[in-house]
Design a protein. Structure first.
Length: 240
C-alpha cells in the first residue's frame, strides 16, 4: 500500500486497490477488526466501512498510521525470529528467541497473564510490550523484567493476598478504581482526605490519579487494597 494509493488518485480502481491492500495488511498481521481499528486510531464501525464498504479515499492522518503498520509487516516478514501469532496470549517458546524474550514468555506463562496484564504490571502501553514480545527492540529493559519477577516472587509467598486482585483492579482506570471503593466504603466522591486515608495515599496522589496524570503498578495497588480492607474492617467493627 503506497502513499499515493492511500491519499491520491481517481475514485474507483485506486481506492479499491487501497482497500484491498488494507485487507491484506490486516490479514498479514493477523489482526482482528477491533485490534486493527485501535492500531490506526479509528472507531471500529469506521474501520468496517473502510474494509468492507464502498472504496473511498483514506484520510492522510490515518494513512500515515497504516504506513507504520506496513513497515512493521515488512520487517515481520523479513525477520526469521518473529513469532507469527500476533493475537495469541499464549507464549510460544522458540529456540530463535533471545534469552530475555524467553524469560518474558516464561514469566507470562507461569503467572497465567495476558499481554494486557504484562503491560499493566510493567506500567507501559500494550503496544510497547508487544515490541518486546516480538523482538522489535535490541533488548527488554531490566525494569520491565524486574516488575514481572517481583510479581512472580510475590506469588510464591503467603503475605500478598491482594496481588492478583490488584492486577484485576488495573483493568479499569485509576479514577474508576477510586470511585468503586468510595462507593463500597460509603465515602463521598469529593472527600479526598478520607479517601486517601482509606487507601493509604496522600490527597495529592489521589488528585493526580483523578486527573489522569500518572499510572501505577500492581505492587502499589496491592498496598492500597491492603489499606482499604483494613479500613473496611475497622469501619465494620466500629459499627457493631
Amino acid at each position: 500500500m503506497t502513499g499515493g494509493a492511500l491519499t491520491a488518485g481517481k475514485p474507483g480502481s485506486v481506492h479499491k486497490q487501497a482497500q484491498d491492500q488494507l485487507k491484506a495488511l490486516k490479514n498479514g498481521l493477523n489482526l482482528s477488526d477491533e485490534t486493527m481499528a485501535n492500531a490506526i486510531g479509528v472507531p471500529l464501525p469506521q474501520l468496517v466501512v473502510m474494509l468492507y464498504g464502498p472504496p473511498a479515499r483514506i484520510p492522510a492522518k490515518i494513512a500515515s498510521k497504516i504506513r507504520v503498520l506496513e513497515s512493521l509487516n515488512a520487517s515481520r516478514n523479513s525477520d526469521p525470529e518473529i513469532i507469527e501469532d500476533d493475537t495469541s496470549d499464549e507464549p510460544q517458546p522458540s529456540v530463535s528467541l533471545r534469552p530475555d524474550q524467553q524469560e518474558l514468555m516464561a514469566l507470562q506463562k507461569s503467572l497465567g497473564l495476558t499481554h494486557d496484564d504484562l503491560a499493566r504490571i510493567a506500567g507501559i502501553p500494550r503496544s510497547r510490550m508487544m515490541t518486546y514480545v516480538y523482538g522489535r527492540t535490541r533488548s527488554i529493559p531490566s525494569a520491565v523484567l524486574d516488575a514481572l519477577r517481583q510479581v512472580r516472587d510475590q506469588k510464591k509467598t503467603d503475605d500478598n493476598p491482594y496481588l492478583f486482585d490488584a492486577i484485576k483492579e488495573m483493568e479499569g482506570s485509576l479514577p474508576e478504581f477510586v470511585a468503586r471503593w468510595q462507593a463500597r466504603l460509603n465515602i463521598k466522591p469529593d472527600d479526598l482526605v478520607e479517601t486517601g486515608k482509606a487507601m493509604g495515599v496522600s490527597k495529592s496522589t489521589l488528585l493526580r490519579w483523578m486527573e489522569g496524570h500518572c499510572s501505577t503498578r500492581p505492587s502499589f495497588i496491592r498496598k492500597c487494597l491492603t489499606a482499604l480492607h483494613e479500613y473496611e474492617q475497622k469501619k465494620m467493627c466500629a459499627a457493631e
